[in-house]
Design a protein around this ligand. Structure first.
Ligand code: SAH
Length: 270
């Protein structure tokens, strides 16, 4: 990217969010640091358009190890410290915003504990951007005065149900679930048990802003069948609440380059 140069300091780690996946939604600072850094540690979540344009010589995929299992966070932490101590300028690139379900906080703590200087570069989170590009505002004067961001995939080492679905249902606001494709049946049931209306609109936004983005809509009662029929898979966000229904009134005029042709409505062909 042209413009004033950003220096990537030797021995420094930059915790950089990539935004949801469209390179045009990188912050200017993120784009400049990606150009300037000696090494970029990333996983797959920033999406193909951002990953593929990083020169291979300057990037390390720390998402999966050979054999397909996830690289332990401890190994990533150690690698960040090791590279910084070698005097490298290091970008740790995360999908969305590093501090929203991105383990950026853990990395910051580890770096601080090991005397490694770091900078946090905030970004556009998929929790807001994926609904937005699908035409769904997470708040709306007439429909939602609050929004909650929750994980649909709890840390298995935590005690059961640390997310209080009953309390979330009682807010009357929007609920945005990340990492929530697999356990959709569990938390939609929990919300129905908490007396949330079965006809509450729900949208699934898959690969928001990536090539081939898809949107599938239903209700609290039907969305699991919709997910199965459309074969919605991660990464996707689940938007629960009346705001998901407002999409209907804007979608015909909603312009974006991501996935209009692949828009998946229940019953429609892909
Ligand atoms: N730090 C990220 C979230 C990481 S958790 C952020 O701020 O966006 C991983 C989850 O993020 C995925 O399971 C999915 O729910 C969501 N996600 C990330 N990128 C996405 C995208 N482009 N479209 C839809 N969901 C996405």
């Amino acid at each position: 990217m042209s413009g004033p140069e950003i220096e990537a300091e030797p021995g420094t780690v930059y915790l950089v969010g990539s935004g949801p996946g469209d390179p045009d939604l990188l912050t200017v600072k993120a784009a400049r640091l990606l150009e300037a850094a000696d090494v970029v540690l990333h996983d797959k979540l920033p999406g193909p358009k951002i990953i593929d344009r990083l020169p291979e010589a300057r990037r390390e995929d720390v998402g999966k190890r050979a054999g397909g299992e996830r690289t332990p966070q401890s190994e990533i932490n150690e690698r960040l410290v090791e590279l910084a101590r070698e005097g490298k300028s290091v970008v740790r690139l995360k999908g969305g915003d590093s501090f929203v379900f991105g383990r950026g906080g853990e990395e910051a703590e580890y770096l601080a504990a090991h005397d490694v200087p770091f900078e946090v570069v905030p970004a556009v989170t998929s929790a807001i951007a994926a609904p937005a590009v699908a035409g769904i505002p997470v708040t709306h004067r007439d429909h939602a005065s609050s929004v909650s961001f929750v994980t649909g995939h709890e840390d298995p080492t935590k005690p059961e149900s640390t997310v209080d679905w009953e309390a979330l249902a009682a807010t009357g606001g929007t609920i945005v679930v990340l990492m929530g494709v697999g356990r959709l049946p569990d938390y939609t049931d929990a919300l129905l048990d908490a007396d949330m209306a079965p006809e509450t609109p729900v949208a699934l936004v898959e690969r928001g802003t990536w090539p081939g983005q898809r949107v599938a809509t239903g209700t609290l009662e039907t969305i699991v069948d919709v997910r199965d029929a459309e074969d919605i898979s991660p990464p996707a966000v689940t938007v629960i609440g009346d705001v998901a229904g407002t999409r209907e009134s804007v979608v015909d005029f909603l312009q974006n380059e991501y996935g209009a042709a692949a828009d998946a409505e229940p019953g429609a062909e892909e």
